[in-house]
Ligand binder design. Structure first.
Ligand code: V47
Length: 406
């Protein structure tokens, strides 16, 4: 199929580093030739990162699912502590989750990623202590905790400014913010799917304040429910504008909506075609954000693997405990081992690069000589390049391929 005139114009812009517009974003979403959109996004991805594909050893933990907000898409939150299925961890329980991972065969997680409900009954010191406890267990672990929506809630609930909330949490060990809670910025859609938590402007302001304090953050977009393509383009461009201002966003993560057990359960989940297109358009529009993450839990490992050829350069991490998507009916497993992630990346013809949260390279692994699937099953194990992780101590960070892969 020859390229459509619209796509040819967009290609010319991309190749001359000209910024794409709202209309270009719409044209990319409407373009019937998905593969050409993907190919263009892949070219941008390869210009930035070549074949390198990032992942990390991380741990997800949701310490409480008690939440005063009533988001239509959420299958995880419980309004009150005494409701069936509600849980709030004692601090010792939360810390124990990290303690259990300290002897993982490939080394302990380099990141703890915390996302919670908006609990009205906990003191602020609970969150400070939570962070301090993680750092006591492992001073090297990076704490990527609390979405901008949680930071906004803390500010309102405890009568503090965003800056003071962030400063106090930083003093307790916080190092960066995850991207959750962005949903869709358009005020009309947001008022329907999550009317009683931080607005789009408040979400963006929390990130702005964090960036000004020197903290890096991620951003997300929840797609595939009641929003339109125009809302998605608008969402991405609001993030691009923030990034022009602060340069503090390090990764963008489109999150595919999962309908089980929530207020939009009658909607179909987005298709793989929609997933891949959304990744590709994000890569093309967000010319000032380094990384596009194909979050394997939301996409499934299979689609995430293909997304690595549609603009994504990161696949998130080993995770182990994930409850938000589990509650919403994801078909993905709860965890992927280090070797499985590496294999997934290699099978996509890419080079696996273990990173820390701030994208410092922990170790770069060799690419696969031939796709494993081309080999007889009995030869696969033998042909796999050996992972160095069992011979090499997991830290210090920033080791390079030739040091560890020979
Ligand atoms: O904020 C909730 C989303 C987010 C559903 O920063 C749902 O590196 C789909 O933000 N269907 C939490 N999505 C997860 C998140 C995240 C994930 C991976 C990496 C990073 C990062 C951040 O999950 C929530 C919400 O937007 N979510 N329910 C659902 N039914």
């Amino acid at each position: 199929m020859s390229e459509s005139p619209k796509l040819a114009l967009i290609r010319a812009k991309v190749e001359s580093f000209e910024r794409l517009t709202f209309d270009d974003g719409m044209a990319l979403f409407m373009e019937p030739d998905l593969l050409s959109v993907g190919q263009l996004a892949n070219e941008v991805r390869e210009t930035r990162h070549g074949d390198r594909t990032f992942f990390n050893k991380n741990m997800r933990i949701e310490v409480t699912n008690v939440c005063v907000a009533s988001c239509l898409f959420c299958s995880f939150a419980k309004l009150e502590e005494h409701m069936p299925g509600a849980h709030t961890m004692k601090l010792e329980e939360a810390w124990h989750e990290l303690e259990k991972r300290m002897d993982d065969p490939g080394g302990p997680p380099t990141e703890v990623h915390v996302v919670n409900g908006l609990h009205p009954g906990l003191p602020f010191s609970y969150y400070e202590e939570l962070l301090r406890g993680f750092k006591r267990i492992d001073p090297n672990v990076h704490l990527k905790c609390f979405t901008a929506v949680e930071i906004h809630f803390f500010a309102r609930h405890y009568g503090l400014s965003y800056a003071v909330v962030l400063e106090r949490l930083r003093a307790a060990g916080l190092e960066s913010l995850p991207g959750g809670g962005a949903e869709i910025f358009d005020e009309g859609v947001r008022s329907k799917i999550s009317h009683d938590k931080a607005t789009a402007a408040e979400y963006l302001e929390v990130h702005r304040v964090a960036h000004r304090m020197g903290m890096r953050t991620n951003a997300t977009m929840l797609y595939g429910h009641i929003e339109t393509f125009a809302h998605r383009v608008d969402h991405i461009l609001r993030l691009r504008a923030l990034q022009d201002e602060t340069k503090g966003l390090q990764a963008f993560i489109p999150l595919a909506f999962h309908p089980d057990g929530n207020g939009m359960k009658n909607m179909p989940a987005p298709t793989a075609v929609d997933d891949l297109r959304t990744i590709a358009v994000s890569r093309l529009l967000l010319d000032n954000v380094d990384h596009i993450k194909a979050y394997w839990v939301s996409l499934t490992p299979d689609v995430a693997q293909i997304a690595l050829r549609f603009g994504a350069d990161d696949i998130d991490g080993t995770i182990v405990h994930e409850t938000i998507y589990k509650a919403a009916g994801t078909l993905s497993p709860g965890a992927l081992g280090y070797e499985e992630l590496v294999r997934l990346i290699r099978e996509a013809g890419r080079i696996p690069v273990e990173r820390d949260t701030l994208y410092n390279v922990v170790r770069e692994l060799p690419r696969a000589a031939v796709p494993e699937a081309a080999l007889k099953p009995r030869d696969r194990e033998r042909a796999r390049p050996k992972l160095p992780m069992f011979q090499v101590p997991p830290s210090p960070l920033v080791a390079h391929a030739d040091e560890v892969t020979s």
